[in-house]
Design a protein around this ligand. Structure first.
Ligand SMILES: Cc1ncc(COP(=O)(O)O)c(C=O)c1O
Length: 393
Protein backbone atom coordinates (compact mmCIF):
# COMPACT_ATOMS: atom_id res chain seq x y z
CA UNK A 1 0.00 0.00 0.00
CA UNK A 2 1.31 3.46 -0.83
CA UNK A 3 2.32 5.48 2.16
CA UNK A 4 0.68 8.85 1.56
CA UNK A 5 0.49 10.34 5.03
CA UNK A 6 3.54 12.52 5.84
CA UNK A 7 5.61 11.15 8.70
CA UNK A 8 5.18 14.35 10.68
CA UNK A 9 1.42 13.57 10.67
CA UNK A 10 1.93 9.97 11.78
CA UNK A 11 2.72 8.22 8.47
CA UNK A 12 5.73 6.02 7.73
CA UNK A 13 8.94 7.95 6.90
CA UNK A 14 9.69 8.14 3.17
CA UNK A 15 13.16 6.65 3.81
CA UNK A 16 13.86 3.92 6.39
CA UNK A 17 17.32 5.38 7.09
CA UNK A 18 18.63 8.93 7.13
CA UNK A 19 19.35 10.39 3.69
CA UNK A 20 22.50 12.30 4.58
CA UNK A 21 23.41 15.69 3.17
CA UNK A 22 26.75 14.42 1.98
CA UNK A 23 28.17 11.06 0.95
CA UNK A 24 31.75 11.43 -0.23
CA UNK A 25 32.62 9.35 -3.28
CA UNK A 26 36.07 7.93 -2.62
CA UNK A 27 38.41 5.59 -4.48
CA UNK A 28 38.53 1.96 -3.42
CA UNK A 29 41.37 0.73 -1.24
CA UNK A 30 42.80 -1.32 -4.12
CA UNK A 31 43.11 1.83 -6.24
CA UNK A 32 45.20 3.44 -3.50
CA UNK A 33 47.06 0.47 -2.00
CA UNK A 34 50.19 0.50 -4.16
CA UNK A 35 50.80 4.20 -3.69
CA UNK A 36 50.04 4.07 0.03
CA UNK A 37 52.66 1.36 0.32
CA UNK A 38 55.06 3.55 -1.59
CA UNK A 39 54.51 6.46 0.82
CA UNK A 40 55.04 4.19 3.82
CA UNK A 41 58.09 2.41 2.44
CA UNK A 42 59.86 5.62 1.39
CA UNK A 43 58.97 7.36 4.65
CA UNK A 44 58.01 10.48 2.67
CA UNK A 45 54.74 11.26 4.44
CA UNK A 46 54.92 14.99 3.81
CA UNK A 47 56.48 17.31 1.21
CA UNK A 48 56.91 14.45 -1.24
CA UNK A 49 56.19 13.37 -4.76
CA UNK A 50 52.39 13.13 -4.50
CA UNK A 51 51.93 16.72 -3.41
CA UNK A 52 54.05 17.90 -6.34
CA UNK A 53 52.20 15.65 -8.80
CA UNK A 54 48.83 16.76 -7.46
CA UNK A 55 49.80 20.43 -7.77
CA UNK A 56 50.96 19.84 -11.33
CA UNK A 57 47.79 17.96 -12.31
CA UNK A 58 45.62 20.69 -10.80
CA UNK A 59 47.40 23.53 -12.50
CA UNK A 60 46.79 21.76 -15.83
CA UNK A 61 43.15 21.06 -14.97
CA UNK A 62 42.49 24.65 -13.86
CA UNK A 63 44.55 26.23 -16.66
CA UNK A 64 46.43 28.26 -14.08
CA UNK A 65 50.18 28.80 -13.63
CA UNK A 66 50.32 27.73 -9.99
CA UNK A 67 48.18 25.44 -7.87
CA UNK A 68 49.68 25.39 -4.38
CA UNK A 69 48.47 22.61 -2.10
CA UNK A 70 47.70 23.64 1.47
CA UNK A 71 46.09 22.07 4.54
CA UNK A 72 42.63 23.65 4.02
CA UNK A 73 40.81 26.39 2.17
CA UNK A 74 40.80 28.39 5.39
CA UNK A 75 44.58 28.26 5.82
CA UNK A 76 44.97 28.97 2.08
CA UNK A 77 42.87 32.12 2.41
CA UNK A 78 44.69 33.24 5.57
CA UNK A 79 48.03 32.85 3.81
CA UNK A 80 46.78 34.57 0.65
CA UNK A 81 45.59 37.63 2.55
CA UNK A 82 48.85 37.75 4.49
CA UNK A 83 51.05 37.19 1.43
CA UNK A 84 49.27 39.95 -0.50
CA UNK A 85 49.92 42.27 2.47
CA UNK A 86 46.31 43.38 2.50
CA UNK A 87 45.38 46.00 5.04
CA UNK A 88 42.30 47.94 6.13
CA UNK A 89 38.89 46.95 4.75
CA UNK A 90 37.93 44.03 2.56
CA UNK A 91 34.55 43.72 0.88
CA UNK A 92 32.94 40.34 1.43
CA UNK A 93 29.44 38.82 1.29
CA UNK A 94 27.72 38.04 4.57
CA UNK A 95 25.73 35.23 2.95
CA UNK A 96 28.56 32.72 3.08
CA UNK A 97 30.27 30.15 5.27
CA UNK A 98 32.06 31.50 8.35
CA UNK A 99 35.55 30.58 7.07
CA UNK A 100 35.34 33.21 4.29
CA UNK A 101 35.34 35.84 7.01
CA UNK A 102 37.37 34.13 9.75
CA UNK A 103 40.36 34.05 7.38
CA UNK A 104 40.09 37.83 6.94
CA UNK A 105 39.89 38.50 10.65
CA UNK A 106 42.84 36.19 11.36
CA UNK A 107 44.82 38.23 8.83
CA UNK A 108 43.97 41.40 10.78
CA UNK A 109 41.51 42.75 8.20
CA UNK A 110 38.15 44.41 8.64
CA UNK A 111 35.30 42.68 6.75
CA UNK A 112 32.82 45.05 5.11
CA UNK A 113 29.67 43.04 4.56
CA UNK A 114 27.80 43.68 1.32
CA UNK A 115 24.71 42.12 -0.17
CA UNK A 116 24.38 39.28 -2.64
CA UNK A 117 22.14 38.94 -5.66
CA UNK A 118 19.00 37.09 -4.63
CA UNK A 119 18.76 35.01 -7.81
CA UNK A 120 22.37 33.81 -7.99
CA UNK A 121 23.23 34.00 -4.24
CA UNK A 122 26.55 35.56 -5.33
CA UNK A 123 28.20 38.88 -4.43
CA UNK A 124 26.32 41.72 -6.12
CA UNK A 125 28.95 43.69 -8.12
CA UNK A 126 27.04 46.97 -7.85
CA UNK A 127 26.74 46.60 -4.06
CA UNK A 128 30.45 45.76 -3.88
CA UNK A 129 31.41 48.85 -5.87
CA UNK A 130 29.16 51.08 -3.77
CA UNK A 131 31.00 49.92 -0.61
CA UNK A 132 34.50 50.85 -1.85
CA UNK A 133 36.30 53.56 0.15
CA UNK A 134 39.95 54.68 0.34
CA UNK A 135 40.42 52.01 3.09
CA UNK A 136 39.37 49.15 0.79
CA UNK A 137 42.19 46.90 -0.40
CA UNK A 138 40.40 43.85 -1.76
CA UNK A 139 37.14 42.22 -2.76
CA UNK A 140 36.39 38.63 -1.78
CA UNK A 141 33.73 36.86 -3.84
CA UNK A 142 32.44 33.34 -3.32
CA UNK A 143 31.23 30.87 -5.98
CA UNK A 144 28.30 30.25 -3.69
CA UNK A 145 27.34 26.57 -3.43
CA UNK A 146 29.31 26.11 -6.69
CA UNK A 147 27.58 28.78 -8.78
CA UNK A 148 30.32 30.78 -10.56
CA UNK A 149 30.46 34.40 -9.39
CA UNK A 150 30.02 37.34 -11.77
CA UNK A 151 33.73 37.24 -12.56
CA UNK A 152 33.96 39.73 -15.43
CA UNK A 153 31.95 42.44 -13.65
CA UNK A 154 34.02 41.99 -10.48
CA UNK A 155 37.31 42.01 -12.41
CA UNK A 156 36.32 45.24 -14.10
CA UNK A 157 35.51 46.89 -10.74
CA UNK A 158 38.64 45.56 -9.03
CA UNK A 159 40.86 46.77 -11.89
CA UNK A 160 39.24 50.20 -12.02
CA UNK A 161 39.79 50.70 -8.28
CA UNK A 162 43.20 48.92 -8.15
CA UNK A 163 41.93 46.31 -5.70
CA UNK A 164 42.91 42.68 -5.31
CA UNK A 165 40.16 40.26 -6.31
CA UNK A 166 40.18 36.99 -4.41
CA UNK A 167 37.71 34.17 -4.87
CA UNK A 168 36.70 31.83 -2.08
CA UNK A 169 36.37 28.87 -4.42
CA UNK A 170 35.68 26.38 -1.61
CA UNK A 171 32.73 25.07 -3.64
CA UNK A 172 34.35 25.72 -7.01
CA UNK A 173 35.82 22.36 -8.06
CA UNK A 174 33.66 21.10 -10.92
CA UNK A 175 32.26 24.57 -11.71
CA UNK A 176 32.94 26.25 -15.05
CA UNK A 177 32.85 29.92 -15.95
CA UNK A 178 31.95 30.37 -19.60
CA UNK A 179 33.25 26.93 -20.49
CA UNK A 180 36.48 26.86 -18.48
CA UNK A 181 37.01 25.68 -14.91
CA UNK A 182 36.83 28.45 -12.32
CA UNK A 183 40.29 28.98 -10.82
CA UNK A 184 42.46 31.07 -13.11
CA UNK A 185 40.57 34.37 -12.81
CA UNK A 186 41.31 37.21 -10.39
CA UNK A 187 44.33 37.55 -8.11
CA UNK A 188 43.82 34.11 -6.54
CA UNK A 189 41.17 31.46 -6.04
CA UNK A 190 41.20 29.17 -3.02
CA UNK A 191 39.55 25.76 -3.14
CA UNK A 192 38.51 23.40 -0.35
CA UNK A 193 39.09 19.67 -0.71
CA UNK A 194 37.24 18.56 2.43
CA UNK A 195 34.89 15.54 2.25
CA UNK A 196 31.77 17.61 1.50
CA UNK A 197 33.24 18.68 -1.85
CA UNK A 198 33.38 17.09 -5.33
CA UNK A 199 37.19 17.00 -5.25
CA UNK A 200 38.29 15.40 -2.00
CA UNK A 201 41.69 15.02 -0.37
CA UNK A 202 40.31 14.30 3.11
CA UNK A 203 41.21 17.76 4.33
CA UNK A 204 43.04 20.18 2.11
CA UNK A 205 42.97 23.29 0.00
CA UNK A 206 44.45 24.72 -3.18
CA UNK A 207 45.57 28.27 -3.84
CA UNK A 208 45.33 28.84 -7.60
CA UNK A 209 47.09 31.90 -9.01
CA UNK A 210 48.91 33.12 -12.10
CA UNK A 211 51.21 35.25 -9.94
CA UNK A 212 54.73 33.81 -9.49
CA UNK A 213 55.31 36.09 -6.53
CA UNK A 214 52.10 35.12 -4.72
CA UNK A 215 52.67 31.40 -5.35
CA UNK A 216 56.21 31.64 -3.96
CA UNK A 217 54.93 33.41 -0.86
CA UNK A 218 52.17 30.83 -0.29
CA UNK A 219 54.78 28.06 -0.56
CA UNK A 220 56.86 29.88 2.01
CA UNK A 221 53.81 30.71 4.11
CA UNK A 222 52.74 27.07 4.39
CA UNK A 223 56.22 26.46 5.87
CA UNK A 224 55.85 28.99 8.73
CA UNK A 225 57.04 31.83 6.47
CA UNK A 226 60.49 30.21 6.40
CA UNK A 227 62.18 30.02 3.00
CA UNK A 228 64.86 27.74 4.42
CA UNK A 229 67.19 30.15 6.18
CA UNK A 230 65.19 30.24 9.42
CA UNK A 231 64.72 33.99 9.17
CA UNK A 232 60.91 34.22 8.80
CA UNK A 233 59.91 36.52 5.98
CA UNK A 234 56.42 36.87 7.47
CA UNK A 235 54.26 35.13 10.05
CA UNK A 236 53.29 31.90 8.32
CA UNK A 237 51.63 28.66 9.36
CA UNK A 238 52.18 24.96 9.11
CA UNK A 239 49.72 24.56 6.25
CA UNK A 240 51.26 21.71 4.29
CA UNK A 241 49.19 19.03 2.61
CA UNK A 242 50.35 15.55 3.73
CA UNK A 243 51.21 12.94 1.10
CA UNK A 244 48.24 10.65 1.90
CA UNK A 245 45.89 13.57 1.29
CA UNK A 246 47.60 14.56 -1.94
CA UNK A 247 47.31 10.97 -3.16
CA UNK A 248 43.60 10.87 -2.31
CA UNK A 249 43.18 14.20 -4.10
CA UNK A 250 44.93 12.82 -7.22
CA UNK A 251 42.55 9.88 -7.40
CA UNK A 252 39.55 12.11 -6.72
CA UNK A 253 40.58 14.46 -9.54
CA UNK A 254 40.16 11.55 -11.97
CA UNK A 255 36.48 11.41 -10.95
CA UNK A 256 35.79 15.16 -10.84
CA UNK A 257 34.25 15.59 -14.28
CA UNK A 258 31.94 12.58 -13.78
CA UNK A 259 30.94 13.93 -10.36
CA UNK A 260 30.08 17.38 -11.75
CA UNK A 261 28.11 15.90 -14.64
CA UNK A 262 26.19 13.54 -12.38
CA UNK A 263 25.27 16.34 -9.99
CA UNK A 264 24.09 18.56 -12.85
CA UNK A 265 21.95 15.74 -14.26
CA UNK A 266 20.51 15.00 -10.82
CA UNK A 267 19.71 18.66 -10.17
CA UNK A 268 17.98 18.87 -13.57
CA UNK A 269 15.66 16.14 -12.28
CA UNK A 270 15.00 18.08 -9.06
CA UNK A 271 14.29 21.19 -11.13
CA UNK A 272 11.90 19.33 -13.40
CA UNK A 273 9.83 17.87 -10.56
CA UNK A 274 10.08 20.58 -7.90
CA UNK A 275 9.84 23.32 -10.54
CA UNK A 276 6.18 22.35 -10.96
CA UNK A 277 5.44 23.23 -7.35
CA UNK A 278 4.55 26.82 -6.44
CA UNK A 279 6.96 28.70 -4.19
CA UNK A 280 10.14 26.67 -4.83
CA UNK A 281 13.11 28.53 -6.32
CA UNK A 282 16.54 27.45 -7.58
CA UNK A 283 19.81 29.37 -7.85
CA UNK A 284 20.04 31.10 -11.22
CA UNK A 285 23.07 30.03 -13.24
CA UNK A 286 24.44 32.36 -15.96
CA UNK A 287 24.05 31.01 -19.51
CA UNK A 288 27.32 29.32 -20.48
CA UNK A 289 28.35 28.60 -16.87
CA UNK A 290 28.28 25.27 -15.05
CA UNK A 291 27.37 25.01 -11.38
CA UNK A 292 29.27 22.37 -9.40
CA UNK A 293 26.23 21.69 -7.20
CA UNK A 294 28.49 21.03 -4.27
CA UNK A 295 25.29 22.14 -2.57
CA UNK A 296 21.72 21.99 -3.85
CA UNK A 297 20.10 25.06 -2.31
CA UNK A 298 16.44 25.84 -2.89
CA UNK A 299 14.28 28.70 -1.64
CA UNK A 300 10.79 28.28 -0.20
CA UNK A 301 8.14 31.01 -0.28
CA UNK A 302 5.48 30.04 2.22
CA UNK A 303 2.67 32.14 0.68
CA UNK A 304 2.57 29.88 -2.36
CA UNK A 305 4.24 26.67 -1.11
CA UNK A 306 2.11 26.51 2.02
CA UNK A 307 4.95 25.84 4.47
CA UNK A 308 7.79 28.01 5.66
CA UNK A 309 11.38 26.89 5.13
CA UNK A 310 11.60 25.87 8.79
CA UNK A 311 8.34 23.90 8.63
CA UNK A 312 9.53 22.09 5.51
CA UNK A 313 12.88 21.26 7.19
CA UNK A 314 11.03 19.83 10.18
CA UNK A 315 8.71 17.75 8.00
CA UNK A 316 11.67 16.46 5.93
CA UNK A 317 13.53 15.47 9.10
CA UNK A 318 10.53 13.33 10.08
CA UNK A 319 10.84 11.64 6.64
CA UNK A 320 14.54 10.86 7.38
CA UNK A 321 15.74 13.49 4.91
CA UNK A 322 18.53 15.64 6.26
CA UNK A 323 18.72 19.34 5.33
CA UNK A 324 20.78 22.42 6.27
CA UNK A 325 19.76 26.04 6.69
CA UNK A 326 22.71 27.62 4.89
CA UNK A 327 23.39 30.32 5.93
CA UNK A 328 21.49 31.09 9.08
CA UNK A 329 22.59 33.19 10.84
CA UNK A 330 24.46 35.09 8.13
CA UNK A 331 27.95 36.20 9.11
CA UNK A 332 27.09 39.80 10.01
CA UNK A 333 24.79 38.44 12.74
CA UNK A 334 27.22 35.89 14.19
CA UNK A 335 28.69 36.50 17.64
CA UNK A 336 32.29 36.70 16.44
CA UNK A 337 31.62 39.11 13.58
CA UNK A 338 28.64 41.32 14.36
CA UNK A 339 30.89 44.07 15.76
CA UNK A 340 32.31 44.56 12.24
CA UNK A 341 28.89 45.13 10.69
CA UNK A 342 28.45 48.76 9.64
CA UNK A 343 24.66 48.55 9.54
CA UNK A 344 24.17 48.85 5.77
CA UNK A 345 20.99 47.09 4.63
CA UNK A 346 21.51 43.53 3.39
CA UNK A 347 17.96 42.65 2.26
CA UNK A 348 18.85 39.75 -0.02
CA UNK A 349 21.18 38.23 2.56
CA UNK A 350 18.44 38.44 5.18
CA UNK A 351 15.85 37.01 2.80
CA UNK A 352 18.03 34.11 1.64
CA UNK A 353 19.07 33.34 5.17
CA UNK A 354 15.44 32.78 6.18
CA UNK A 355 14.22 31.15 2.94
CA UNK A 356 17.09 28.91 1.71
CA UNK A 357 17.31 25.22 2.40
CA UNK A 358 20.05 22.85 1.26
CA UNK A 359 18.92 19.36 0.27
CA UNK A 360 21.04 16.21 0.18
CA UNK A 361 23.27 16.02 -2.91
CA UNK A 362 25.91 13.40 -3.70
CA UNK A 363 28.15 12.73 -6.68
CA UNK A 364 26.55 9.30 -7.00
CA UNK A 365 22.97 9.96 -5.88
CA UNK A 366 20.61 7.42 -7.48
CA UNK A 367 17.41 8.38 -9.26
CA UNK A 368 15.50 6.47 -6.58
CA UNK A 369 16.85 8.77 -3.92
CA UNK A 370 16.51 12.03 -5.87
CA UNK A 371 12.98 11.22 -7.04
CA UNK A 372 12.12 10.00 -3.54
CA UNK A 373 13.14 13.37 -2.09
CA UNK A 374 11.18 15.26 -4.79
CA UNK A 375 8.04 13.17 -4.30
CA UNK A 376 8.26 13.65 -0.56
CA UNK A 377 8.47 17.43 -0.94
CA UNK A 378 5.49 17.29 -3.30
CA UNK A 379 3.51 15.27 -0.72
CA UNK A 380 4.43 17.74 2.01
CA UNK A 381 3.19 20.57 -0.19
CA UNK A 382 -0.10 18.74 -0.78
CA UNK A 383 -0.52 18.30 2.99
CA UNK A 384 0.76 21.77 3.84
CA UNK A 385 -2.31 23.07 5.74
CA UNK A 386 -2.36 20.04 8.08
CA UNK A 387 1.39 20.15 8.62
CA UNK A 388 1.32 23.87 9.33
CA UNK A 389 -1.45 23.32 11.87
CA UNK A 390 0.48 20.53 13.55
CA UNK A 391 3.73 22.53 13.74
CA UNK A 392 2.18 25.64 15.24
CA UNK A 393 0.22 23.66 17.88
C1 LIG B 1 32.35 28.99 1.35
C2 LIG B 1 33.37 28.25 2.15
N1 LIG B 1 34.57 28.82 2.36
C3 LIG B 1 35.53 28.20 3.05
C4 LIG B 1 35.34 26.95 3.59
C5 LIG B 1 36.42 26.32 4.42
O1 LIG B 1 36.99 25.23 3.78
P1 LIG B 1 38.01 24.30 4.60
O2 LIG B 1 37.20 23.44 5.49
O3 LIG B 1 38.74 23.51 3.55
O4 LIG B 1 38.92 25.20 5.34
C6 LIG B 1 34.12 26.31 3.40
C7 LIG B 1 33.89 24.95 3.94
O5 LIG B 1 33.07 24.22 3.50
C8 LIG B 1 33.10 26.97 2.68
O6 LIG B 1 31.89 26.41 2.52
Amino acid sequence: MKNNLPAILGGKPAFPELVQMVRPVLPSFSEMAGDVENILSTGMVTKGRFMREFEQALSVHLGVKHAVAVSSCTSGMMLTHKALELSGDVIVPSFTFMATVSALVWAGLCPIFVDVDRATNNLDPAAAEAAITPQTTAIIAVHQFGNPADIVALEEIANRHSLKLIFDAAHGAGACYQGVPVGKQGTAQIFSLSPTKLLISGEGGIVATNSDDLAAKIRMGREYGNDGNYDSAFAGLNARMPEFNALLGMRSLENLEAAAQHRNETVALFQEVLGRLPGIGFQQVRAGDRHSYRELSITIESDSFGLTRDELALALAAENIDTRKYYQPPIHMQTAYRSYYDGRPLPNTDWLSSHSLSLPMWSNMSTDVSLGICETIQRLHENAPLIHKKVIQ
